[in-house]
Design a protein around this ligand. Structure first.
Ligand SMILES: Cc1cc2nc3c(=O)[nH]c(=O)nc-3n(C[C@H](O)[C@H](O)[C@H](O)COP(=O)(O)OP(=O)(O)OC[C@H]3O[C@@H](n4cnc5c(N)ncnc54)[C@H](O)[C@@H]3O)c2cc1C
Length: 391
C-alpha cells in the first residue's frame, strides 16, 4: 500500500502550516474555545484557498480531489483545534457527500456551489432522543401529501444545528418497519414549522453549534427527497467517509498534543535538567508517537482505498475506533508531561483533552464500531435486539 503524498498534497500541507503561522491559528483556537464563535472570515479564507468542497464534483464547483487530500488538510488544521478544521470537515466529508453522490441534478446545482463558497452547509440529522446507537428505532416520519411531504419529529445533538443552511434528515417514509423504511430528506433552514432548541453546552468542541431540531407539520417539496425508503444502506455507506473525517480530527488533535508535549519536555527543567532527559518522559513521548502513527496507518488505509469513492465499512470502523481511543490516551499523556500546568487553562492541554473526548461518541460509539468490526470478522450479523440472531 502506497501512502506517499503527491507533490500537490505536500504543497497543500506546507501552505496550511504557513497559513497557521500567518493567521495565528494557535491563538485563534484559544479564542474560539473562550468565545464559542468560529469567525466567518476563517470560512471565507478557506473558500478562497479552495479548501471547501475539494472532494465534491467539479461540474458543480467542487475540486474533484480524492478524499485523502481532504483528510490530510483536516488533520493538519485539527492540530490547532477541531474547530479550526470544522468547515473543511463538513464541506468535504460531511452530509454534502450524500448529495454529491446520490442527489438529483437540481439538488446538486442548488447546494454544492454554496457549500464550496462557504455560504451553505449541510448537517446530518440522525439521532433522536430515543434513537442513538439504535438508529433504526427512529420515529421521525414523512407522509405524502400531493406535491409535498409533511415532516414530523425531533432530532438531537445535531452538529451545525441552528447555523447550517440545509439539514439531511433521516426519516421514516411510509409504514415499513426497521431500516428498510428509512430514507433521507433535505430540509432548508427557515421552512415553516422547523425550529431549533437551545444550543448544547458541551465539555469540549466549544464553538461547534449543536442543538435539537423540531419538525412540526413541515411541508417539504417532493423534490427534496434525497434517499428513498429501501436505500438506507446508501446513507450509511456515505456516512463512513464522515467517520474517516472524525478519525482525521483525532489524528490532528493527537498530533497537536504530541508537538506541544515534546516542546514542553525540552524546555521544562526539573532536578536541574530538561525533563526530556528522564527516561519515563522519553518513553511516554515514544508511546504517544507510536500510537499516533498506528492510528494514522489505519485511517490512511481506509481513505486511500476509498479514493474518490467510499471506504470499506470494516476499514473505516477500525480506523475510527482505534483513532478515537488513541486521541484520549495521547492527550492524557501529554497533559501529564505538562505537570500542574497541563491542568491550567493558561496552557492548551486541558482544551485538547476536552476536545479529544467527543469523537468516541460522535459518529457512532466505540461499542457500536466494535459490533460492526466483529460482525465482519465472524461473517454474520449480530442483531442487538435478539440474543440469538444466528437463525
Ligand atoms: C459531539 C457530538 C456530535 C454529534 N453530532 C451529531 C450529528 O451531527 N448528527 C447526529 O445525528 N448525531 C450526532 N451526535 C449524536 C451521536 O451520534 C450519538 O450520541 C451516538 O450515536 C450515541 O447515541 P446516544 O447518545 O443516544 O447513546 P445510546 O445509544 O443511548 O448509548 C448509550 C451507551 O450504551 C452503549 N450501547 C448502546 N447499545 C449498545 C449495544 N448494543 N452494545 C454495547 N453497548 C451499547 C453506547 O455505546 C453508549 O456507550 C453527536 C454526538 C456528540 C457527542
Amino acid at each position: 500500500m502506497d501512502f506517499s503524498f503527491t507533490r500537490e498534497q505536500t504543497m497543500l500541507l506546507e501552505s496550511l502550516r504557513d497559513m497557521g503561522k500567518k493567521e495565528k491559528l494557535k491563538e485563534l483556537a484559544v479564542e474560539i474555545d473562550k468565545t464559542r464563535v468560529i469567525p466567518h472570515a476563517l470560512t471565507k479564507k478557506y473558500a478562497d484557498m479552495g479548501l471547501l468542497g475539494m472532494t465534491l464534483s467539479p461540474e458543480y464547483g467542487g475540486g474533484g480531489e480524492d478524499s485523502m487530500t481532504a483528510i490530510l488538510a483536516i488533520e493538519e488544521l485539527a492540530k490547532f483545534s477541531p474547530m479550526i478544521a470544522a468547515t473543511v470537515f463538513e464541506s468535504n466529508v460531511g452530509a454534502v457527500r450524500v448529495i454529491d453522490r446520490f442527489g438529483s441534478e437540481a439538488q446538486k446545482k442548488t447546494i454544492i456551489p454554496g457549500v464550496c463558497s462557504g455560504e451553505f452547509s449541510v448537517s446530518v440529522c440522525m439521532t433522536e432522543p430515543e434513537a442513538g446507537s439504535d438508529l433504526t428505532a427512529l420515529t421521525t416520519f414523512v407522509e405524502e401529501k400531493g406535491d409535498h411531504y409533511l415532516l414530523n419529529g425531533r432530532k438531537c445533538f445535531i452538529t451545525g444545528g441552528g447555523e447550517a443552511s440545509h439539514y439531511l434528515v433521516y426519516t421514516r417514509i411510509g409504514d415499513i418497519q426497521g431500516y428498510k423504511g428509512i430514507g433521507g430528506i433535505l430540509v432548508e433552514k427557515g421552512t415553516p414549522g422547523f425550529t431549533f432548541g437551545k444550543q448544547e453546552e458541551f465539555m469540549g468542541l466549544r464553538g461547534m453549534p449543536s442543538c435539537d431540531l423540531y419538525f412540526d407539520n413541515v411541508a417539504v417539496p417532493r423534490e427534496n427527497l434525497l434517499i428513498k425508503q429501501g436505500e438506507f444502506g446508501n446513507l450509511m455507506l456515505t456516512f463512513d467517509i464522515e467517520r474517516c473525517g472524525n478519525s482525521a480530527m483525532c489524528l490532528g488533535v493527537a498530533g497537536g498534543a504530541l508537538e506541544e508535549a515534546k516542546k514542553y519536555a525540552m524546555e521544562r527543567r526539573a532536578f536541574n535538567r530538561p525533563i526530556c532527559e528522564f527516561q519515563d518522559i522519553q518513553f511516554t513521548i515514544a508511546d504517544m508517537a507510536m500510537k499516533l502513527d498506528a492510528a494514522r496507518l489505519l485511517v490512511y488505509r481506509a481513505v486511500a482505498d476509498a479514493g474518490r469513492g467510499l471506504p470499506s465499512i470494516y476499514e473505516a470502523s477500525m480506523g475510527k475506533c482505534f483513532a478515537n481511543e488513541m486521541v484520549k490516551e495521547v492527550t492524557d499523556k501529554a497533559m501529564q508531561i505538562f505537570g500542574g500546568y497541563g491542568y491550567s487553562t493558561e496552557y492548551p492541554m486541558e482544551r485538547m483533552l476536552r476536545d479529544a473526548r467527543a469523537w468516541s461518541v460522535a459518529g457512532g460509539t466505540l461499542q457500536m464500531l466494535r459490533i460492526t468490526i466483529a460482525s465482519m470478522i465472524f461473517g454474520r450479523r449480530f442483531d442487538q435486539r435478539r440474543p440469538d440472531s444466528s437463525t
